[in-house]
Write a protein that binds this ligand. Structure first.
Ligand code: SF4
Length: 381
């Protein structure tokens, strides 16, 4: 199967990387051997083919950098304290931060190891791969907590598990009556789309788990595109296969220096997602992860980009800019600064037009007047 070859022929070792960098006439730094020993590399041949030039937005996401060995202030292995949200004495496959939803960790493997990954501490590490028993215990935990209504199946990438295993997990989750949503977090539509449109067994398996009535939980896919050059004919085909099954698809993007910290790049990405039928929902401020300091931008950058997009592009293609706060404090939406706040009498407030038409006072409730009101028109004397 061609899609398997794409993964099989990935760059994985220092020698693979050295040979490839030499072919690109790029500098080979021997310290890259240490980078790969610390943080695994996998660049599959499809994602590699998206690179147009040294250090472009695709290169930076995939190709190891010696800066990953540098220490930056405040960066830690697990800044979101995910390990702290594993229930005490409970299964290691559950991260339970919010009362009504959990993350089910099913795989350490990905179709590409993104250099900026929040779970850099465990992706690609064979020793941290969850066993079938640990995954079963995670599902039992969800089944016995009826306040959980939403499960995010994550990793690593759940689509690297193989259809049989994923079928088993989805089948068992679907039996849990208190679940409204089952979400699969996967970068495969972006980094290895052939897996989706060539693997017929996989598509048949997913089809079985799409709901046929309101009584069954909705299956969502959360994917992850960061750069317009990831929007390709292949990724479109993959997304189309999923949409043809009736699966809603949302996208999260991470704000990354040198990749997408630019309004024009971000706008092109959001428009591309729109063409693919994907709803962008979050733009994440990059987490404070050890080994990713060189990707970080100032917070204002994300705010500036989102303000630029406001009024300048389709509303539902604008992601919410959020900071996933350190220590497991959850996702905080960043105020874009269009509101001066609600007035003291709580009836209205002053807001700034996102298309540059000044400030406006919005008042509610309105008052009843005698006769037909004449609308104020500033252009008519
Ligand atoms: S696919 Fe997701 S989990 Fe895997 S390395 Fe990339 S960002 Fe991390």
């Amino acid at each position: 199967m061609a899609y398997k070859e794409i993964l099989k022929n990935s760059l994985k070792s220092y020698e693979d990387l050295e040979k490839w960098l030499t072919s690109q006439k790029a500098r080979v730094d021997p310290r890259l051997r240490d980078v790969i020993a610390k943080y695994p590399m996998r660049i599959n041949t499809y994602y590699l083919s998206l690179i147009e030039k040294v250090n472009d937005g695709i290169w930076k996401q995939a190709v190891p950098d010696v800066l990953e060995l540098e220490h930056f202030m405040d960066l830690t292995e697990d800044p979101l304290d995910e390990e702290g949200d594993i229930p005490l004495g409970g299964p290691r496959t559950i991260i339970h931060r919010y009362p009504d939803r959990v993350l089910l960790f099913v795989s350490i493997e990905c179709a590409m190891y993104c250099r900026f990954c929040t779970r850099k501490r465990k992706v690609g590490d064979e020793h941290k791969h969850p066993s079938a028993d640990e995954i079963n215990k995670g599902i039992e935990y969800i089944a016995t907590h009826d306040d959980i209504r939403d499960v995010l199946i994550s990793g690593g990438d759940p689509l690297l598990l193989g259809s049989k295993k994923l079928d088993d997990i989805l089948g068992r989750l679907r039996q849990i009556k208190h679940l409204d949503l089952i979400r699969i977090g996967s970068r495969v539509p972006c980094v290895w789309p052939q897996k989706i449109y060539e693997d017929k067994e996989f598509i048949e398996m997913l089809k079985k788990h799409t709901p046929k009535s309101l009584k069954e939980p909705q299956l969502f896919i959360n994917t992850h595109f960061n750069h317009p050059n990831e929007i390709t004919e292949q990724s479109y085909q993959a997304v189309k296969c999923l949409r043809d099954l009736g699966i809603p698809i949302g996208n999260q993007t991470v704000l990354l220096k040198g990749v997408n910290d630019d309004t024009d790049v971000m706008r092109e990405l959001m428009h591309g997602l729109g063409r693919m039928g994907i709803k962008p929902y979050y733009l994440y401020y990059a987490d404070l992860v050890e080994g990713t300091g060189h990707f970080r931008t100032e917070v204002y950058k994300g705010k500036e980009i989102c303000r630029d997009l406001c009024g300048a592009t389709t509303g539902f293609l604008r992601p919410t800019f959020v900071i996933d706060a350190q220590g497991g404090r959850g996702k905080i939406p960043v105020d874009l600064g269009y509101s001066d706040g609600i007035s003291e009498d709580r009836k209205g407030g002053t807001f700034t037009s996102a298309i540059g038409l000044g400030k406006v006072y919005v008042n509610d409730p309105i008052e009843r007047v005698e006769g037909k009101p004449v609308r104020y028109n500033p252009n008519r004397k």
